[in-house]
Design a binder for this molecule. Sequence first.
Ligand SMILES: N[C@@H](CCC[C@H](N)C(=O)O)C(=O)O
Length: 364
Amino acid sequence: MAIATTISLPLTSPSSRSLASIPSLRLSFTSTLQLDSLPKYFARRRSPRLSVSASSAGLEVTEKARSLSFLDHRESGLLHFVKYHGLGNDFILVDNRDSSEPRITPEQAAKLCDRNFGIGADGVIFAMPGVNGTDYTMRIFNSDGSEPEMCGNGVRCFARFIAELENLQGRHSFTVHTGAGLIIPELQDDGQVKVDMGEPILKATDVPTRLTPTKDQSVVKAAIEVDGVAWSVTCVSMGNPHCVTFGNKIEQNLQVDDINLAAIGPKFEHHEMFPARTNTEFVQVLSNSHLKMRVWERGAGATLACGTGACAVVVAAVLEGRAGRNCTVDLPGGPLQIEWSEQDNHVYMTGPAEVVFYGSVPLH
Ligand SMILES: N[C@@H](CCC[C@H](N)C(=O)O)C(=O)O
């Protein structure tokens, strides 16, 4: 995958004026001593810094020019980011390690996620200081500006982002506080990221769903009418709510390629049985260890992949007796390996995360 770096340039062409005469241009910058793969503004937290001044670059800058920096103004209104994707589920990653407040508002996030007027993404993810003894906190805004508790593909991207930002000193794993509790990603030698996604939540009121529990306190193979059709669903929370279906009254075994997601997805998402809205997974069983799914995400619509969704799908498949605890889940963007461990009841997700490009964007 080619990596493009977006470079912010002054609006005035330097060719028409000498560099030093541009009053707003400040020519000092900092750079890390190590050869970083991220641009200079994503400095490693613990790296010593080397200051390169304007004079060492062979250019003169007046005091006045220093105090009236055009780039300073531009910089202060810029958001530096790295775009990542996990199987086509794409995110704008923001280095927010110096503050527990997201650098941008939900409204700004929604604008940046717009695929025509913004950068284009399914969500914005903030890498923040850890709390309660964890190494980091991850927060995320969906592309509609709502804030989910967790994001599976996002946390793999987050892990790769942190590994670029920080000197992990040989560590391959760290702890991440999320709205879904403690999440532990582990960077593997082959570049994939394995994530301990914690325990699934099955109690109906905690998912949350208003559907009447069918088994203990959980909703397994329950009937729900959506758009005039009786669907069979299992509700699972991976910190965020999921409604998993393998079929309905008309089609007991779904052929997921035939589903009109844009039509049916929003009807599930906003159904009165889901007070916090829901993500919905439509699943086809290919074998005892191989599932195929498409997803309609709460706050983001149809996406190419959903990590928490794939985890919920395997939990639902086990509860419905349709598959074993170790599955390959095919999503439109590619496969994820999911295991629901019998030993610790945790769900483990393994999959890729890739850099797409670096950039800076003015904030409005
Ligand atoms: N794509 C994500 C899930 C993102 C959050 C979701 N849209 C929600 O609102 O719960 C994943 O990979 O898990």
